[in-house]
Design a protein around this ligand. Sequence first.
Ligand SMILES: Nc1ncnc2c1ncn2[C@@H]1O[C@H](COP(=O)(O)OP(=O)(O)O)[C@@H](O)[C@H]1O
Ligand SMILES: [Mg+2]
Length: 244
Amino acid sequence: MISIKNVSKWYGDFQVLTDCNTEVKKGEVVVVCGPSGSGKSTLIKCVNALEPFQKGDIVVDGTSIANPKTNLPKLRSRVGMVFQHFELFPHLTITQNLTIAQTQVLGRSKQEAHAKGMALLERVGLTAHANKHPGQLSGGQQQRVAIARALAMDPVVMLFDEPTSALDPEMVNEVLDVMVQLAHEGMTMMCVTHEMGFARKVADRVIFMDAGHIVEDCQKEAFFGDINARSERAQQFLAKILQH
Ligand SMILES: Nc1ncnc2c1ncn2[C@@H]1O[C@H](COP(=O)(O)OP(=O)(O)O)[C@@H](O)[C@H]1O
Ligand SMILES: [Mg+2]
């Protein structure tokens, strides 16, 4: 579903991604971890064509991002993206947040978009909040709305960039529960997260990045099961995040 081939990217003189290669198959859940500044967000934004890259190609469901003929807005509409800071429209109600892109980007009727939005709101357990504004919801609730909003576009893949790292601790699980459910339903997911419990539960593979390189890309069982077989850098990182 996602094929990342020899992708390199520079910000000016600074090389942020170096020859990155990986694949995410349909229905697969891949967790991306690594130290701050290692290029995780940049890589995931490249998959959504939110950031250009100078070398290599990324193919999403058969569509090449590097191909200048590709309609990037159309591709983006099929790739769900959930950010650390929710990015809901603050001046719109939850219902409006859930329907606006469906009507404006996909051309759905208001009724169809509303029905779809409400069904997804129910799925994330927030029906009672339909007419509120994002500012009236907790961070965990806003993030669940953001996931519902992405799902309303019928994405072929869902990308998550540290979806729980801005949340108060007691709200992390309600968001992870929605993500676990999605994974069990067979959604193709690429998740930047340091929630290793989530990774252990639903990931098929774990990617470890360091300084713009994909240093590790292995089955979850191998990643967690045989720490000594991991690169030194990955071992150091895991030791730090798994210490407590
Ligand atoms: N727009 C930008 N311009 C210049 N440098 C950037 C930009 N965005 C990110 N960087 C740099 O690229 C590196 C990787 O950033 P990022 O992908 O956000 O890492 P991560 O998500 O792993 O923390 C960092 O060194 C960061 O400072
Ligand atoms: Mg990041």
